[in-house]
Design a protein around this ligand. Structure first.
Ligand SMILES: C[S@@+](CC[C@H](N)C(=O)[O-])C[C@H]1O[C@@H](n2cnc3c(N)ncnc32)[C@H](O)[C@@H]1O
Length: 255
């Protein structure tokens, strides 16, 4: 199963035997399998979406939050957005991809920064963000757009970009929600989106991948980036020196 998951999804579980068995134990019993190897035999033989999804949902972490790595978002909003807006004055179109978007906080956050910068001009621009993930469960939550908000989110944004719910949660307003297009996409697959991207965020995703998988993916991202476009990873990751991108700042790369 470890090699099946690695080949299909790039996720390296080879040192995680304990985690795999403990995280899957209850679901395997609930689904009526006799034991773990019974489940693995079935998974490998039929490769049913349902069982594969179960494994992915249990073994990848969807942990994410608004304003994650704030300094990085500051650089995005103070340097990259102004640069792109200047570059796209004619076509008024920005293409941004949040790859491994999990439950949606990252792409919605990007959308808020864009609206903040563009202000009244926003209605003249197409800034729709592509947000993809392999996990259906995460994408369902992302599309729902209901969150508990951290104190780190500017309080003016709480009223500008969210509506309050009675139970203390907050729902992303349509202006922000409609600016994000969620789609299921496995990062191991060829990247065949119609457009190339001005910015690709892929933060805290490649941590699961082994080096060759990561290098190949970074090359595919590079091919999908416009010249002068940016590639942002998380502060806890780094790119191999072989990467075709040029490093501009911590976790910030440019084509
Ligand atoms: C920890 S979250 C990162 C969320 C967000 N980018 C952030 O930095 O907060 C990692 C996400 O990567 C997704 N993921 C892992 N392997 C993937 C693959 N092969 N294709 C697409 N998404 C994948 C997981 O489902 C998970 O939602």
């Amino acid at each position: 199963m470890v090699s099946f998951i690695q080949t299909m999804y790039g996720i390296d579980l080879s040192h995680k035997r304990q985690l795999i068995t403990s995280r899957l134990a209850v679901s395997i019993r609930q689904r009526g399998y006799q034991n773990f190897s019974d489940f693995v035999d079935h998974l490998l033989k039929y490769k049913e979406d349902d069982e594969v999804t179960l494994v992915l949902n249990k073994l990848t972490t969807n942990y994410t939050f608004f304003m994650r790595e704030k300094e990085h978002l500051d650089l995005f909003s103070q340097k990259i957005i102004p640069e792109l807006v200047a570059r796209h004055q004619r076509d008024k179109t920005l293409s941004i991809w949040s790859a491994g978007c999990s439950t949606g906080e990252e792409p919605y956050n990007i959308s808020m920064f864009l609206f903040d910068y563009l202000g009244a001009q926003a209605k003249f621009w197409d800034t729709r963000i592509l947000a993809t993930d392999i996990s259906d469960r995460a994408l369902t939550a992302a599309k729902r757009g209901i969150y508990e908000l951290p104190d780190t989110l500017p309080s003016s944004w709480k009223t500008k970009y969210f509506t309050d719910n009675q139970n203390g949660t907050h729902t992303v307003k349509p202006m922000i929600r409609d600016n994000v297009i969620f789609q299921r996409f496995n990062l191991m697959d060829p990247i065949r989106f119609r457009r190339k991207f001005d910015v690709i965020f892929c933060r805290n995703v490649m941590i699961y991948f082994d080096q060759p998988t990561k290098d190949a993916l970074v090359q595919r991202f590079y091919d999908a980036t416009v010249p002068g476009g940016y590639f942002l990873i998380s502060y806890s990751e780094n790119l191999s020196p072989k990467s075709p991108y040029k490093r501009r700042a911590p976790a910030t790369f440019q084509k």
